[in-house]
Design a protein around this ligand. Structure first.
Ligand code: UDP
Ligand code: MG
Length: 315
């Protein structure tokens, strides 16, 4: 039996790109056919144009094509998740449908897989995007690198190859706010980067407006870092220390220069500083518990086993 490779394409209003994408994929992957069976899995994420019709037309003529049609738009990360859940390949490759991820690069990813890597992610050497997108993306990846508890490769989108073993691990993580590239980094296994130049979008415009980008960035940071919640305690202790100094000052001033203070001033200043600091420290404690509730709710596996080396008893 040939091994199978599944290509996953999330589709949202890509009508103008679908035929070009499918045609290019067929041409590019032709050399693979002697060795592998291929599956093209399109996930139509509630497109408002005629993407679905185009996909179904292609599916009718090509049995290696499967089309999952969502009931509405659920977003890119969820569309890819549905692809991962339903892929039947021994390896899957996630690609954008707008030709920004060059199909030829997927062959290099497969080469890495053949060399024994279980994740091969395509890392952008250069990208053709607006200055604004480049700037916000750079800012995001650097922030994430600083804050995240695991090493999430920078300048890397979802364009990657994932071995079935890793796929099963990812599929076992059912968190709702999904940041897939973080999840892939989190699961570990043998991973390798492949450099590439990211193209312009072929037709249509980006389906990632600023609001969706911010949501993705927040998912990335909150999903893989407890820094923001720990920040509350840090600020709390800082403010408390400053309040302590303020309190000493207020009391000292009252004794050194009693006539210079309005009656009641010392008491009010002390109360405000004390309660302000106390509140933040208490919020930090709440934050600590909420952080734990959060990670329980994410319900990630505690560990993942790559392989158990043992001698099987012959019965
Ligand atoms: N996409 C999707 N659902 C969405 C938004 C985007 O399935 O709600 C798909 C889109 O069709 C494309 C991929 O996700 O194949 C990446 O989207 P896009 O090219 O708009 O993002 P960008 O490359 O600009 O970051
Ligand atoms: Mg794109």
């Amino acid at each position: 039996m040939k091994k199978k490779i599944t290509y996953i394409f999330p589709i949202y209003n890509e009508s103008e790109n679908i035929e070009l994408l499918y045609g290019t994929m067929l041409r590019t992957t032709k050399p693979l056919l002697s060795k592998y069976a291929l599956e093209y899995l399109f996930v139509n994420d509630g497109s408002k144009d005629d993407s679905l019709k185009k996909l179904v037309d292609i599916q009718k003529k090509d049995s290696s094509v499967r089309v999952i049609n969502f009931s509405r738009n659920f977003g890119h990360q969820i569309a890819v998740t549905a692809g991962l859940d339903n892929a039947t390949g021994d390896a899957v490759i996630i690609m954008d449908a707008d030709m920004q991820d060059p199909p030829s690069v997927s062959l290099e990813l497969i080469k890495k897989w053949e060399q024994g890597y279980e994740v091969a992610y395509a890392q952008r050497k250069t990208r053709k995007d607006t200055l604004f997108k480049k700037f916000t993306a750079a800012l995001f990846y650097r922030t994430l690198q600083k804050l995240a508890s695991i090493d999430i490769p920078r300048d890397t989108g979802d364009f990657r190859l994932i071995d079935r073993k890793v796929l099963l691990a990812i599929n076992s993580m059912r968190e709702h706010d999904r940041f897939l590239r973080g999840m892939v980094a989190w699961v570990g296994f043998k991973q390798v980067a492949v450099q590439f130049d990211r193209n312009d979008r072929n037709a249509g415009e980006t389906n990632y407006p600023l609001s969706k980008m911010i949501k993705l960035a927040v998912d990335g940071i909150l999903g893989f870092s407890t820094y923001p919640i720990r920040l509350i305690s840090k600020v709390g202790y800082l403010i408390s220390s400053l309040a302590f100094l303020g309190i000493i000052y207020a009391i000292g001033y009252k004794y050194i220069n009693p006539s210079g203070t309005v009656p009641g001033w010392t008491f009010i200043v002390i109360s405000i500083l004390f309660i302000g600091g106390l509140q933040l420290v208490m919020l930090g404690i709440l934050g600590g518990y909420i952080g734990r509730i959060y990670s329980e709710a994410q319900n990630r596996p505690l560990y993942l086993i790559d392989h158990i080396y043992e001698t099987k008893n012959s019965k």
